[in-house]
Design a protein around this ligand. Structure first.
Ligand SMILES: Cc1cc2nc3c(=O)[nH]c(=O)nc-3n(C[C@H](O)[C@H](O)[C@H](O)COP(=O)(O)OP(=O)(O)OC[C@H]3O[C@@H](n4cnc5c(N)ncnc54)[C@H](O)[C@@H]3O)c2cc1C
Length: 402
């Protein structure tokens, strides 16, 4: 018979929190990839913020199998399920370098998935396989100087000429755009057909010797508020010739293809935002336990303790919402409303947490050496990239027939 004391069940704050979507296999990956990040990547976080992250680190990740976690083995991938992408995003949050995480996410979760889903066997051999190895780096070209949120308003054209297409136009804010070997490019093949006149292409940006494709140029490398280790390019296409076999998916269906791509991009952005918020929280918690004022650690002031309580609650909600939505996505549903809500919610949580963490650090939070100021600048992008907060609200509101 149980004694009185055995029936007193105490709260277990130290339990390893694991969401039901993750198995031992996912946790094994989390352990090994996190160990690699902390050993080979994190120590360079400050240097790469100045120099930009080197291409070799992408190749190294490819060598270790981290770029192809969810792609089939026949292309060099690991054949894992979608949840491995979320584990990867979590592990990358330990780099302490948002720009690197963004460059990697473009490769693994924005450029390669549409090639895998829509590409011909030939495109998969030429771009997916070397992309998984980290031998070729890709970028995604949707945004233009005159059209960001309004994807159907793009002006880059692709005109058929025999067995080739000829591309003219400009793209801007393109992550990896300065260093990339190829681009998944959104163009108009029929400018009068609205949403049904858009087509995707995979376009080589340089040849095997590294010479730029004739007609293509990086017109500007853009300076940014944060994400300094990431290169962001403005790209120009003047009579760039692309073989017709480089069409990705169906001609005229590019709007729908890219709308699908955006769902994966937003879900992984939600996972990344939740994990960055968690890393900022942990860093700041350590600080609040060490830093003293008025004779006690600042974390012991109720005002500060409550900030942690608020942040912890929001972060947990952000993670659980993202994982529950990912479960639906991985099980064949297409929950666009919830993906959009998760992207909106987690981006806001990350921004709010960053702001509170700077506040808790006091003056040190404003100093570069404490690195929380970098996180604050880096996460601000979450509310703009992959669709702004306002666009997320539009998608959610319209989904109710309003
Ligand atoms: C660092 C960085 C990296 C990026 N990387 C890439 C990349 O790799 N590839 C790529 O293609 N793009 C990339 N982008 C572009 C990004 O996706 C766009 O900046 C974003 O979608 C917004 O487009 P915009 O900047 O043209 O803003 P706009 O569309 O001009 O919007 C300006 C403002 O108006 C609001 N607005 C617009 N339409 C509406 C509406 N219907 N209702 C209410 N409000 C509205 C917006 O929310 C925003 O507040 C990147 C951007 C940045 C800053």
């Amino acid at each position: 018979m149980a004694t009185a004391t055995e029936t007193v069940i105490k709260p277990d704050y130290a339990t390893r929190r694991r969401h039901f979507i993750f198995t031992d296999e996912h946790e094994d990956l989390r352990e090994s990839m996190k160990a690699w990040v902390l050993k080979e990547v994190t120590p360079h976080r400050n240097e790469w913020e100045e120099t930009g992250w080197p291409d070799e680190i992408m190749r190294r990740a490819g060598e270790l199998g981290y770029l192809g976690l969810c792609f089939p083995e026949e292309y060099g991938g690991q054949g894992g399920d979608y949840y491995f992408s979320l584990v990867r995003a979590d592990c990358m949050s330990y780099t302490g370098n948002g720009g690197l995480n963004m460059g990697f996410a473009v490769q693994t979760d924005m450029v390669l998935p549409p090639i895998h889903l829509l590409g011909t066997e030939d495109l998969k051999r030429r771009y997916l396989a070397p992309g998984i190895k980290g031998e070729k780096i890709g970028c995604l070209g949707i945004t233009e100087p005159g059209a960001g949120s309004d994807v159907a308003g793009i002006r880059t054209t692709a005109r058929r000429d025999g067995e080739e297409y000829v591309i003219n136009g400009a793209k801007t804010f393109i992550t990896n755009g300065v260093r990339a070997d190829f681009i998944v490019l959104v163009t108009k093949t029929d400018p009068d057909a609205g949403h049904d006149g858009i087509t995707l292409f995979v376009v080589d940006l340089e040849d095997e010797d590294g010479n730029p494709t004739p007609g293509f140029s990086v017109s500007r490398k853009l300076e940014k508020m944060g994400m300094h280790s990431s290169d962001t390019g403005e790209l120009a296409f003047e009579e760039v010739r692309v073989p017709a076999e480089n069409v990705l998916g169906e001609i005229g269906k590019g709007f729908y293809h890219i709308s699908w791509e955006l769902q994966g991009e937003r879900l992984v952005a939600a996972a990344g935002a939740s994990s960055s918020a968690e890393r900022m929280f942990e860093k700041t918690l350590r600080y609040a336990k060490e830093r003293e004022a008025f004779g006690r650690p600042i974390g012991r002031f109720q005002a500060i303790r409550h900030k942690f309580a608020e942040m912890a609650t929001k972060i947990e909600a952000a993670k659980q919402f993202t994982y529950a939505t990912a479960w639906r996505f991985a099980n064949g549903e297409y929950p666009v409303r919830e993906i959009t809500e998760a992207k909106l919610f987690t981006s806001r949580v990350a921004s709010e947490v960053a702001d509170e963490c700077v506040q808790i650090h006091g003056g040190y939070g404003y100093m570069k050496e404490y690195e929380i100021e970098r996180a604050y600048r880096d996460v601000r992008l979450n509310r703009i990239g992959a669709g702004t907060d306002e666009i997320m609200l539009e998608v959610i509101g319209r989904s109710y027939g309003l």
